[in-house]
Design a protein around this ligand. Sequence first.
Ligand code: UD2
Ligand code: MN
Length: 667
Amino acid sequence: MGLPFQKLKKLWLLYLFLLFFAFFMFAISINLYVASIQNTDPQQSHPKPAPKRRSLWPRKNIVAHYIGKGDIFGNMTADDYNINQFKPIENEGADGRPVVVPPRDRFRMQRFFRLNSFNLLASDRIPLNRTLKDYRTPECRDRKYTKNLPNTSVIIVFHNEAWSVLLRTITSVINRSPKHLLKEIILVDDASDRTYLKRQLESYIKVLAVPTRLYRMKERSGLVPARLMGAQHARGDVLTFLDAHCECSRGWLEPLLARIRESRQVVICPVIDIISDDNFSYTKTFENHWGAFNWQLSFRWFSSERKRSTTESSVKDLTAPIATPGMAGGLFAIDRKYFYEMGSYDSEMRVWGGENVEMSFRIWQCGGRIEISPCSHVGHVFRSSTPYTFPGGMSEVLTNNLARAASVWMDDWQYFVMLYTSGLTLGAKDKINVTERVALREKLKCKPFSWYLEHIWPEHFFPAPDRFFGKIIWLDGETECAQAYSRHMKNLPGRALSREWSRAFDEIDNKAAEFTSLIDLERDKCLRPLRDDVPRSSLQPVTVGDCTSHAQTMDMFVITPKGQIMTNDNVCLTYRPPKQGVIKLLKNRNATTSNIMLTQCASEPSQFWSYDMDTQQISHRDTKLCLTLKSATNTRSQKVEKVVLSMQCDFKDITQKWGLIPLPWRL
Ligand code: UD2
Ligand code: MN
């Protein structure tokens, strides 16, 4: 007759209990499984694409130039950030040699690259006191310094710096500075959150051979407020600032201090050598580099010949520093009192960027000097992207900082950078208050920006009152702008007599507003680089293309009264004699090239041009060949491209006629 009702109920409850239990166990096992996946060695989990960190362009030294935010949030966990995996291996990276991470660690290597935008695993294999070569020239090695040099506080600010990199910076300072010259090391933590930078760092620095103190910003502020805090606590005669990922090489400090002893108005920088972000190899850079800023106010290195500063020793001294219109920003020494007399830093500058521009203009315009000592070599890890966040927004921060620098120091030129550069606009001025900095400029009786350009940076490629600034259009005879231009030139009295650029500038200026307003972006053709995806600093063929709107600088040129045709980033129109002595299109790799190139300005005969107002021809001054527009076939793509080259002048040839259409650059 079946089971009694009571028994049936018990069985039913047991069944329910078992079901519940099974479900519970299943849930636990799922949880455990997920946790185990998260802890698995990343080598065994799904390979993720490597972080994007290289552009396709040839490797270039980037400093003080914001490229983009590193992908730090990818698939990294808090443990990944906080773990300190420093495990030095004897002799790894010795003498500045590159580090090879073993293949089994390659995946982890890529994964951890994004944390700092450099190869952390490579750095973690190198001992803190790795050896470096002596990168100095024989002259520098032989140079003797007096015993009583001023002493210095070395100030290093950091935000979430890697342990091995930060401590190698500190170790190199301690090991390669004469003890009596190194008063102290001051570290300023700009609100890092990595745990190893808390107590572990505090106890580590207690036992160092040089007094080392650590201060912390209450909240993330940026390198300027952090450096100001460091400077406040410093007691040395001289302040020496370093980034937190440097290695000082032998004899780095004495030349800096000696120069300040000679003249306390000199802000002196070392030669900045390159520590590879990829393998941490140390590469010496040339001693004759100097720096300045492009139209976007990004710092750029240049290498054209410059006179050395005259020191006490002698004029032809190969150990003498080179004056530089701009400083990279991170590595320099300055007399402590002078730093404050000159208005230290603009404390309203946040996070990153602009302070090096401001300091360069201010020091020069207010009576000081900025120089690079060829005898002092310090390595720095150059990165192609910035690994940290920009509180307040990257473009807002940069706009604020650059607008402050420009509006205090650049006079008329502030409008130029605001009108024609991508980051800034005239509106940026309304958001800033620079009253205090303007008062400082008055108090220090600083010179105008025009003086800076003329005397400190005569090679500059900015517009100026005696220069032409605007577009160079091809006068194909059809557009309204081209017709108005040619008509104006034809009607000038005595036009054929003058080949002076300045005369042409004057005549064009009279009609500037009309010409500018007639430019038709669709129909007028402007002189410009053949490709827009190659860096300005490399050799580039020239073509004509649709004229761009004003916010792009691609087809804007500055012409000097002497006839140099320049554009942004210190690039000049250059005649390159063809190899065989005949003028023909040279076919080179995948590019169509010609005997006309855009390349680094060097003030050489190859870069001077004349303008004939009568025929509207632009000719190379030495060879008397005319800029001509021709078609050529690209060897790779087989596409026909228009290329500008120089050919025998023919006044009837429509492909040789060029008009200068000015653009306004001052208010
Ligand atoms: C260059 C300079 C850098 C600075 C910058 C413009 C060199 C070698 N480096 O860029 O010193 O002048 O141009 O602003 O000339 N940091 C903070 N808080 C922040 C951001 C950065 O403490 O919010 C620290 C950072 O940890 C590092 C230093 O400031 O030690 C410079 O930053 P960077 O290395 O990212 O700048 P870098 O070398 O690209
Ligand atoms: Mn740096």
